[in-house]
Structure formats: C-alpha cells, structure tokens
Design a protein around this ligand. Structure first.
Ligand SMILES: Cc1cc2nc3c(=O)[nH]c(=O)nc-3n(C[C@H](O)[C@H](O)[C@H](O)COP(=O)(O)OP(=O)(O)OC[C@H]3O[C@@H](n4cnc5c(N)ncnc54)[C@H](O)[C@@H]3O)c2cc1C
Length: 386
C-alpha cells in the first residue's frame, strides 16, 4: 500500500516525504507522534492572537540557494533587512552578540578600542570569525584581556546554563558556533537569507505535506504501527519491504537497550504582557551573566507581527533530559563517549537494509533547518523511484 514510511513530520521528514511523493511517485505514509506536524519548527497563535514558536524561536537562515528556492515553493518569506540580531544582557547593559567590533567600542574607551581593533585586524584579518577558545590562546596580553572579557561575560555562565558544563568541557564545535567577529557586523548569522515564513512555519509544513501521494497520521507513535524485528521491519504485523525513513530518537527506537543517549532539554515559560513592548524592540536577549534562564524571546519582533495587542515572551530554562513523560530531547551532547554509544545503536539500525536514519535525533547531531532540508533532499534523490 505504501512505498515509503516516514517517521516524524519535522523538516527532515516533511522534506523527504514531499520529494518521494512528488519526484519518485511513492505512496508515502508520514507518522507523527505529536498531535501536529512541523516538529520543533511548529508555531501557533497563542490565546492573545500572537504567533509563538512552541519549541523555541526558529529563524530560517541559509546561504544555500537550492534550499532557499526549494522551501520558497511552499512559502513566501518575511526576510530581515538587517539580519537577525541578538544582544546580551550583561549586568543590565545590552551588548551585541556575537561579540564584534561594535561591542569592543562599547566596552573600551575610543583610544584603547582603536588600538585593539587594529591589533585584532592585523592578527586575524578583517572580517574573520575567531572561536573564543582560539582567541584565549593568543600570546598578546591585550588580546587576551578581550578574550577574557568575552569568555566571562558572553560564554561562561551561558554555556554552564545551556549545557551544564564549562566551555572547556563541551565540543569546540559548539563554542565555535558563536565566534568573535572581527567586523562591525551585528547580525547573529552571516547568511544571505534570514527570516521566517510569511504565514508561519505551520502553514509551510501544511503545503509541503499536501500531496495526493502523502497520508499523514499525527498522534501516532511509529512503534504502534511498526515492529523492528531482527532483519525485518513489520508494518501492521506484515513484513514491509519499502523504505522506512526514521527521524526520531534512535535509542528510543530500541527501547534504550544500551542506555539513554544524553540530551539537553528545555522548559519554555511563556508569558503574555499587557504592554506594547518588553525588550525595546529586540526579538532575542541572551542572559549571559545572570538569571537561570538563557534567553528571552519577544515573538512579535521575531515574526514582525504588526497587529499584536500586548506582547508575548518566552524564557528558556535548560535541563538534562531524563526521558520522563512530556520531556523533549533538544540538543545532542556531542562528545566521544556519547558518539560511541550512538554508533552502537546505529549498528542495530544497519541490520535493516531498508531503514534510513535522518534528522537531528536519528543522527544524534545538531542541524539547522537549511542543512536538514538539504540532507533530506539528498536522501530522497538517492532512493529509487517506483
Ligand atoms: C530551541 C531550538 C531553537 C532552534 N532554532 C533554530 C533556528 O533558529 N534556526 C534553525 O535553522 N534551526 C534551529 N533549530 C534547529 C531545528 O529545530 C532543527 O534543524 C530541526 O527541527 C530538525 O528537524 P528534524 O525533522 O530533524 O527534527 P524535529 O523537528 O524534532 O522533528 C522530528 C519529529 O519526529 C517525531 N517523532 C520522534 N519519534 C517519533 C516516533 N517514534 N513516532 C512518530 N514520530 C516521532 C517528533 O515528534 C518530531 O515531530 C533550533 C533547535 C532548537 C532545539
């Protein structure tokens, strides 16, 4: 009845399902355990009519022309003219992050800042992106002082809150995602396209999955329909020879038989305020030296909603995922030990020639929306048509 079964209706599952249905003529079943599609990109109007991102603020950003063109087939965009900009609240003062030359001039007097600016440009080159851990190793005392300021005021406490570990303990890949910029660029991302779908992410996902060859079943855990026996996958009790594309957590697929893969989770505390503005026009403010939460998002600035009455904000409180009912695994904690555990699960999955692992959970790694879309397009391309 189905040529492919896709587990999970996030960006990975929805992209691969659409491509297989449209380009390969597959009859596709999409199974999603939540009661909605869209995965973590899901958005909805709250009780006050303000569009909120249920699982944390999502901004689409990319340099990939093909991915931008592909998703533009399902949505128009609100593109940010000046990119997505983030500030950090450091003892009540708002400074641009990533730390850049504007930030430098805010914290030093002009004369000192000019000298430091020249030094940074001479050492690393104008426009370069320097990981904080690299900057800390610079032999120059003045550069080391800047590095120490950035480390203490932008990274240390924030990383401890987000990951429960110091910047030294986590993967350099993670700290490298927010480098020091040797430029006056206040944008959080340097990508060409940055913004949100004009009518919201959910509308985009509805259009992606709206195809005659696609059937979507929400509120259904794949394990209710599929059984992963040795060598064989069964669908509703019968051996299934089509493709199974799994975008959920791999350890949970195998009942965590080797132990749980560690993740960081988040609690989102939404609040509606009967005031026009809460953060002085800033969509995202990071709290890098104080508070238990990592950041506050004010949605109407993120989505550019002009008809909002009052304002809705969300605070994010990270914690260690335990697998308890209602918790969601958000960020894989990448280190050699966890990756070795992941490989054990991957080996189990390799028993099934028709099982494909795709997505931030199934692959146990961080992906942005654009990279995830690209990966899903590539997987669909690699599978044979009917
Ligand atoms: C707080 C936060 C903020 C982010 N912000 C950005 C951003 O600004 N820009 C950006 O590009 N990226 C952002 N990301 C990353 C982005 O969320 C991911 O790239 C994207 O969600 C990955 O899509 P996915 O389909 O792999 O996973 P998901 O979106 O998690 O989708 C997987 C789906 O599979 C379902 N599922 C799992 N197991 C089963 C099962 N057994 N049966 C049925 N269904 C199942 C889940 O319910 C889920 O809906 C952010 C991530 C987080 C956590």
């Amino acid at each position: 009845m189905y040529d492919s079964i896709v587990i999970g209706a996030g960006i990975a599952g929805s992209t691969v399902a659409r491509q297989l249905a449209e380009k390969k003529g597959h009859k596709v079943l999409v199974v999603e355990k939540r009661d909605h599609i869209g995965g973590n990109c899901y958005d909805r109007p709250d009780a006050y009519g303000i569009l909120v991102h249920e699982y944390g603020p999502h901004i689409f950003h990319t340099n990939m022309e093909d991915v931008f063109a592909y998703l533009s087939g399902f949505t128009e965009w609100i593109l940010y003219e000046n990119g997505h900009q983030v500030v950090a609240n450091v003892d009540g003062r708002l400074i641009p992050v990533p730390f850049n030359l504007n930030t430098l001039h805010m914290i030093y007097d002009k004369e000192t800042a000019d000298v430091l600016e020249k030094k940074l440009k001479d050492t690393y080159g104008e426009g370069s992106r320097v990981p904080i851990m690299k900057l800390r190793e610079d032999p120059d005392e003045q550069i080391q002082a800047i590095a120490q300021y950035v480390y203490e005021n932008v990274f240390l406490k924030y990383t401890m809150k987000q990951w429960g570990q110091t910047p030294e303990e986590i993967s350099p890949e993670v700290t490298g995602r927010v480098p020091v910029l040797i430029s006056y660029d206040n944008r959080y991302f340097q990508d060409k396209y940055q913004g949100v779908p004009k009518h919201g992410f959910l509308a985009m996902f509805h259009r992606m999955l709206d195809h005659e060859n696609i059937t979507v079943r929400t509120g259904t855990d794949a394990k209710e329909l599929l059984e992963f026996r040795e060598q064989e996958i069964c669908f509703e009790g019968q051996p299934f020879k089509g493709n199974v594309i799994f975008t959920g957590a791999l350890d949970e697929l195998y009942d965590c038989k080797y132990g749980r893969l560690p993740y960081r989770s988040l609690e989102f505390a939404f609040e509606h305020l009967e005031q026009e503005d809460f953060q002085d026009g800033h969509s995202v403010v990071n709290y890098t030296v104080s508070e238990d939460f990592t950041r506050i998002t004010e949605f109407k600035y993120l989505t550019r909603q002009e008809d909002a009455n009052g304002t809705t904000i969300v605070r994010e409180y990270p914690f260690a995922y335990t697998g308890a009912e209602g918790e969601i695994p958000y960020y894989a904690i990448m280190n050699p030990e966890n990756e070795a555990l992941y490989r054990k699960y991957e080996k189990l999955a390799q028993q099934h020639a028709n099982l494909y692992l795709l997505g931030r959970l199934a692959e146990y790694k961080y992906y942005n929306i654009d990279a995830m879309t690209k990966k899903a397009l590539e997987l669909a391309d690699s599978l044979p048509g009917c």
